[in-house]
Design a binder for this molecule. Sequence first.
Ligand code: ADP
Ligand code: MG
Length: 238
Amino acid sequence: MSGVRLTNVKKKFGDAEVIHDVSMEITKGAFAVFVGPSGCGKSTLLRMIAGLEETSGGRIEIEGRDVTQVEPADRGVAMVFQNYALYPHLTVYENMAFSLRLAKAKKAEVEEKVQEAARILQLTDQLKKRPSELSGGQRQRVAIGRAIVRQPKVFLFDEPLSNLDAELRVQMRLELARLHRQIGATMIYVTHDQVEAMTLADEIFVLKGGHVQQSGKPLHLYDDPDNRFVGGFIGSPA
Ligand code: ADP
Ligand code: MG
């Protein structure tokens, strides 16, 4: 089954069409990576899947359900942002509990889900702290924890590691790979970093100018790029 399927998806801002008839299928449970240069439409595509941006045409399905007109909160997706977007005045626990409380979850359920997310992310000892008392890596984990508690079908990451230093980025990459193995949900990860794409992806989608240039398994794109753009961007130095 497909985790996420896009069919002829378009996006216009005013007269400018920035996503042109994109069709793609992401395998359920796969770690998919959208990679491409700045401005190619990665964030816009992700925001349309999340429902944060309306489509100008086409259809978006999540695990076989047409969600094109469905509210973001009801799509079964959760987005992790680059800038964490944590609430500075709330504790780590309350940051992770926030969306569950909004959805009027019972206290015991909130407790169970937050503790579970904290365990997965090794934040159990940090739950009473505020974001300002955490390291960059820990803050990033809290942002991921806020997604985990909602038990989404699809996790969406928009360049979540780009504010971290190089060493921490490598460590967080390993953690994300572990998280994916552990949770098994479909994940879509946006980056302009080819190394990140090659190391994390089960399936890569190379974007350029609002099109998918090529998609496939990392090694396939590396060994057999369809064109010079993909070859130059992802492939071996020819
Ligand atoms: P990426 O994430 O790959 O860097 P974006 O999806 O942010 O690219 O942007 C794709 C294109 O759409 C760019 O040309 C950008 O300027 C344009 N764009 C994005 N958001 C808006 C917006 N809200 N209004 C107008 N143009 C936008
Ligand atoms: Mg972007």
